[in-house]
Ligand binder design. Structure first.
Ligand code: NAD
Length: 293
């Protein structure tokens, strides 16, 4: 391996420490950041994610309010809960864990969240502000990617960046963040022609596809920085393993720096959620001294 490993666990720990320090300062002034977490149904992966989020919130001094609802909960019932949380002064952030059960209108539920409490950054108001370059709550995963990227590449200006994937929660906001940081950005997707050629001319590759090892190391420009967002469960030698969208073995021989899976982007996502929650609390009383990524 020649690439530098970008350590997401260490970066997330540093961010959590900043969050904890700011939370303690706020608490001393009577403002305890509060995060409401809404989990519908019994999807095992969602239960694990929500468990990690509430545990880390607790460890950083953020108060959390758990709302665990049966899979039979309907759209209107969920919207009513969101509206109650919108008006609850102890709640600064609202997180509705996705995916919601089949039949629930997730767009309607997410649209009901007060944009100032939208700590996932999925609301159209925050997506619009991000696109306009205004002060927005940015989705946690791309925010985490940006922090990791800056560790490996302090100056992003003028760099050729390739985002592979165009989802609303990862690909599109990632492209916006890179644009804001003065990169020249290309977005690739399932209909893109000649992905290897695009990879070969990119200084930065962010892969958010959801296909195990889809990006071959040989495609990369030598020295490129690779951020692998993918979380793919596969069975290798009879054992269940998690791998990224990038073929780590070949990519780490060619890239300049690369995030591992696990231990790269994943830990940053929750740390950024905590940062967004603290910032929502600060904004709730008109403060501007936000935690910056
Ligand atoms: P998604 O399914 O919503 O979007 C996938 C995107 O990949 C689509 O835009 C599609 O056009 C594109 N795509 C699919 N096949 C392609 C191909 N062969 N070539 C180029 N583009 C292709 O997925 P998502 O929600 O954006 O998530 C992407 C991956 O990131 C998944 O593995 C997901 O589990 C992971 N993820 C990780 C975190 C984290 O915290 N680390 C958070 C969110 C998502």
């Amino acid at each position: 391996m020649t690439a530098t490993l970008i350590d997401g666990r260490a970066a997330a720990e540093r961010l959590r420490q900043r969050v904890a320090a700011r939370t303690a300062e706020l608490a001393a002034t009577g403002l305890v950041p509060g995060l409401a977490v809404v989990l519908v149904g019994d999807d095992p992966a969602s239960q694990i994610y929500v468990g990690s989020k509430t545990k880390q919130a607790q460890e950083t001094g953020i108060r959390h309010f758990d709302h665990r609802l049966p899979a039979t909960t309907g759209t209107q019932e969920l919207i009513a809960l969101v509206r109650r949380l919108n008006t609850d002064a102890d709640v600064h952030g609202i997180l509705v864990q996705l995916p919601l059960p089949r039949g629930v209108d997730d767009s309607a539920v997410l649209a009901a969240i007060d944009p100032t409490k939208d700590v996932d950054g999925f609301h159209a108001v925050n997506a619009g502000k991000l696109a306009l370059g205004e002060d927005a709550t940015v989705p946690c995963t791309p925010l985490g990617c940006l922090i990791l990227l800056r560790e490996a590449m302090p100056s992003l200006a003028g760099k050729r960046a390739l985002v592979i994937g165009r989802s609303n929660i990862v690909g599109k906001p990632m492209a916006q963040l890179l644009l804001q940081n003065d990169c020249t950005v290309t977005i690739a997707h399932s209909k893109t022609q000649d992905l290897p050629a695009l990879c070969g001319e990119s200084d930065i590759v962010v892969a958010a596809i959801g296909r195990p090892k889809a990006i071959a190391g040989q495609w990369l420009k030598p020295g490129a920085v690779v951020i692998d967002v993918g979380i793919n469960r596969v069975t290798i030698d009879g054992k269940s393993r998690v791998v990224g969208d990038v073929d780590f073995a070949s990519a780490s021989e060619r890239a300049g720096a690369i995030t591992p899976v696990p231990g790269g982007v994943g830990p940053m996502t929750i740390a950024c959620l905590l940062m967004n929650t603290v910032n929502a609390a600060i904004r709730s009383r008109g403060g501007t001294d936000l935690l910056r990524p």
